[in-house]
Design a protein. Sequence first.
Lengths: 318, 318
Amino acid sequence: MQAVVLKNGALHCQDIAKPLAAAGEALIHLRLAGICATDLELVKGYAGFTGVLGHEFVGEVVAVDKPHQHWLHQRVVGSINLGCRQCLVCLNDGPEHCPNRKVLGIRGQQGVFADYFTLPVTNLYAVPDSITDETAVFAEPLAAALRVVKQLQAVSVANIAVIGPGRLGLLIAKVLAVAGYQVQVLGRSAKSLVLPKQWQLNTDLIDKVADNQFDCVVDASGQADGFRQALRIIRPRGILILKSTFAAAEPVDLSKIVVAELQVMGSRCGSFADALALMTQQVIPFETLIDARYALCDGEAALAFASRPGVRKVLLRP
Amino acid sequence: MQAVVLKNGALHCQDIAKPLAAAGEALIHLRLAGICATDLELVKGYAGFTGVLGHEFVGEVVAVDKPHQHWLHQRVVGSINLGCRQCLVCLNDGPEHCPNRKVLGIRGQQGVFADYFTLPVTNLYAVPDSITDETAVFAEPLAAALRVVKQLQAVSVANIAVIGPGRLGLLIAKVLAVAGYQVQVLGRSAKSLVLPKQWQLNTDLIDKVADNQFDCVVDASGQADGFRQALRIIRPRGILILKSTFAAAEPVDLSKIVVAELQVMGSRCGSFADALALMTQQVIPFETLIDARYALCDGEAALAFASRPGVRKVLLRP
């Protein structure tokens, strides 16, 4: 079978052996995969991953053991963390924070940029017929966006800024707007704000925003400058949600966190069930996020295109 | 009158005019002042302050306007933020976060390292007779320590590490222990842990602590390395309280905040009323924090001594 393999910092589409599903695992045939910023980071060497890349997918179960036959031929998406299911962290907090976890296409588990791949059935979610492949493939980033809504449920927040109008920033802004928050998408160029406006979101150039304006700021920029701007525009005692990290190559002045008593919350994976439920409501125009579609064998070119500034989602099909 | 004045980066004890109390202000005669890490930072140029230094004090009201005569001859301590009392921040969050605030001896308001100084009566707290001057002078740092207890009230936390066994770290660890938490004071040298042990606190060398151990870590180290260690020893979804900042001279890898979904909370000033109430219970041996006493006129030498590694509290008396 064909697979996009990362090895020694180089990416190649190559022919490898079809994997075998162990007990409790499903063998999945890829229908559509999405390229994520994390994939681009992995290619640069982050986390030292070697193997088949990819973790955003929609696929079809083509083999599974006897006790799980009801999954056979189901169209599925899947959560990406594989915990040991035995440690206290798994039992209390779930697999996302297990110290021994594998992560699909990121850590110790072969990814989805391949004709076939395996995943434990406990990670699978059946996709309702009303959701197309080109929507379902956004389940993982939409779940990550919904995590922000969940984290804000316990606190009182009126106006929210989302820094970074990329694929994840847009999804976060939209789910916050759908949840009833007053949201502003902030970007560095007028061009980057065209799609947010199409999505009927309020927008502004970040340099035009005055200091200390927002109750809550979500930094989805993935850049040190975005984090700096987040610290600038948040009000005292505000909530800053970090949705993406940046390479720790330059110092950032953190003193406002103490002086203004900010609350900074890291935010990672969210609920696939909630994401699929929201998808059936068809309030998010996912198709406008798709900038290109490539064949799996053109994975190298697809990742190169996905890394261009301003490009949002690039899909791979087998 | 004598005053310790910071001007153009140099510190001098000099004779200056006695200040006049405006309407709503008290003229206070200094009884005892404490030197704080912030004073040492101000001397290095932080915040560009010029004028009389100092904000930790116990004093006696010697003049006040007619409507506030009940303050006359009272022994007092005082909160240090002077808000405009008109903006939304003052009305909602209090003077600590007012964008136009003055801060005693730190920003736009002459400090307490002087025979006399003024403060609005709304900032004053009467000191009960059972509290000595050498205890009362710790009201401001004790209030700051109690702020951590208050911030943790809303969350569920079992074991807490306090990084930095200095004057503030010790007070934080002690008030957390008094509040019933399981607390560990972490320092870089065995010598720095002698006093924490005397205070019956659990201690450990920070390098000996394994990764991901603590539900909550309070960083009171004032150093980038302390913050790095805090990120290392905190468990996924843990709470990291930043009690002191460090100069943003070197990059710190913040990716664990996102990956482990940490909650980082800045923590600054606390309740003087709560601090005085705790002082009357006499559970904290403040006198063991005092490493030296200097006369006001020896302020330069006192600040130089206070900046030595391992020195905790240095007092100034008029």
